[in-house]
Design a protein around this ligand. Structure first.
Ligand SMILES: Cc1cc2nc3c(=O)[nH]c(=O)nc-3n(C[C@H](O)[C@H](O)[C@H](O)COP(=O)(O)OP(=O)(O)OC[C@H]3O[C@@H](n4cnc5c(N)ncnc54)[C@H](O)[C@@H]3O)c2cc1C
Length: 458
């Protein structure tokens, strides 16, 4: 990066907040998406909104691209740098500014780790429900920018459902405050929601007001195995039709179950095609009744085995079957590509069967797990990026899976975002008019196209 720019950035932030040496930049060239890397021009660690405002004013005047980065755990390449860009890393802005018990809100800086907020809320008898699998390492800013989901999405929704207000530094360096602490607020356009899942393309989020809810008094955890995916999918439909809204309804296919058992030694039965992890939370009388009803429904649909956790320790053991899915699959092959095709819930069995047939067709390995209650699946390709022939077949496979998801009324990403990894599939989902509107919105917020250019769409 130009010495003149580096020296101005150093004046703004101090030397220890500006990285420019190639060996220091290397690690910031990646996120958690495989097969993507780009070296940035420099990496900055601002600690205030005003500093970010000054950085963006300079970048906008000099037409330098800016890529915002939280922890870099994204799975769609959202925080992969563009060549010679400035990376603005928010990890030093990591303070929980306030937990307001009267209004049930938390005001946080973007670099707060999700788990840290979860712990702080619990310490006050409150609860922040969105719990991505990366909860211990991802930042709230990254969660908002990606609208991250988690295992409790079925009952509690996703990050968007908890964002009440945002402070955002715009490309011009101006500071926008949008949203309030009011439960009802219809003044003007809903600008706040535009930033949720915008993946750093519209502004840098510098402060977030989040809604909290009362901590549920109890939770019951069940694990059931099934002779077919169909039986597991029908169990999910019957539970929802009962009507019960569990906080968790997670699914693992045969390949994932065997990888998890190899990795975590939980004692999972291997003679099954599908596994469901089911959790209900709330008043103890209600959770007891719902747990019994879910057990009955699973058995009615031919469950091979149903276990109900007797205490928190056992609940943790059963839940670890799902929480271990991603690391367990990652051990099996040098490269794992974790996708998140999502379909309406009544098309789940069809989608999972299609994924398995695609694996057979292209002779590739795909383990599938995911949030069955939300229709959000994670087909995980187990491959080796050095094997170019196999990578080619993997790419054909996942293109067909996305086409199928769209054909079933679903989407190409339920929670990881489009980023770089899925941008070529976006036009088929949103159409030309949708794409034009995206471009106009981008132009309105960022006329010089400095913010995370080339992400989501070209
Ligand atoms: C093991 C593992 C499990 C995961 N499980 C889940 C899961 O269950 N559910 C789920 O949804 N995701 C999951 N993810 C994906 C990832 O953790 C989430 O997308 C997370 O929200 C990213 O947070 P981050 O701080 O790492 O953001 P980064 O990866 O650094 O950034 C993500 C995007 O947000 C933008 N961004 C970051 N901070 C800001 C900001 N302050 N202002 C504007 N833009 C910003 C970046 O430019 C980028 O486009 C998982 C990832 C891993 C590695």
């Amino acid at each position: 990066m130009d010495n003149r720019i580096v020296s101005r950035l150093t004046d703004l932030l101090g030397e220890d907040r500006v990285l420019t040496k190639p060996e220091d930049l290397l690690v910031y060239g990646y996120d958690a998406t495989p097969m993507m890397h780009e070296t940035p021009g420099c990496v900055l660690f601002p600690d205030s909104t005003e500093q970010i405002g000054a950085i963006l004013r300079l970048a906008n005047a000099e037409r330098i691209a800016v890529v915002t980065r939280g922890s870099g755990t994204g799975l769609s390449g959202g925080s992969i740098p563009v060549p010679h860009c400035i990376v603005v890393c928010t990890v030093r802005m990591d303070r929980i500014l306030e937990i307001d018990r009267a209004n049930l809100t938390a005001r946080v800086q973007p670099g707060v780790l999700t788990a840290k907020l979860d712990e702080a809320a619990k310490a006050c008898g409150l609860f922040y429900p969105p719990d991505p699998g990366s909860i211990k390492i991802s930042t709230i800013g990254g969660n908002v920018a990606n609208n991250s989901g988690g295992l409790r999405g079925l009952k509690y929704g996703v990050t968007r459902d908890y964002v009440m207000a945002l402070e955002v530094v715009l490309a011009s360096g101006d500071i926008l405050r949008t949203g309030t602490a009011c439960m009802k607020d219809v003044a003007g356009y809903n600008l706040k929601d535009l930033f949720v899942s915008s993946q750093g393309t519209l502004g840098v989020i510098t402060e977030i007001l989040l809604r909290l809810v009362p901590k549920p008094a109890s939770k019951r955890t069940l694990l059931a195995t099934f002779p077919s995916i169909q039986a597991a999918a029908e169990t999910v439909s019957s539970i929802i039709a009962e009507p019960i809204v569990p906080c968790t309804l997670e699914f693992l296919d045969r390949m994932t179950i065997s990888c998890v058992e190899d990795y975590a030694h939980i004692g999972l039965p291997l003679d099954c095609e599908a596994l469901l992890l089911m959790e209900t939370d709330g008043h103890p009388l209600v959770t007891e009744e719902e747990a019994r009803a879910m057990e009955r429904i699973a058995r009615e649909h031919g469950a091979l085995q149903v276990q109900i956790a007797k205490d928190d320790f056992e609940a943790e053991r059963l839940a670890s079957a799902r929480r271990s899915a991603s690391p367990a699959l990652a051990r099996v092959a040098p490269t794992t590509i974790l996708e998140d095709a999502t379909v309406p819930r009544n098309r789940l069995a069809e989608m999972v069967t299609f994924i398995q047939k695609t694996a057979e067709k292209y002779q590739i390995r795909i383990g599938t797990f995911g949030h069955m209650g939300d229709g959000n699946l994670h087909p995980t390709f187990l491959t080796d990026e050095r094997n170019t022939d196999e990578i080619h077949r993997v790419e054909q496979g996942f293109a067909e899976i996305f086409e199928k998801a769209i054909a079933l009324g679903g989407t190409i990403t339920g929670e990881h975002g489009v980023g770089l990894a899925k941008k070529r599939f976006l036009p088929a989902l949103i159409g030309q008019v949708g794409l034009n509107v995206h471009r106009e919105v981008k132009r309105a917020f960022d006329p010089n196209m400095i913010l995370n250019p080339g992400k989501i769409f070209d």
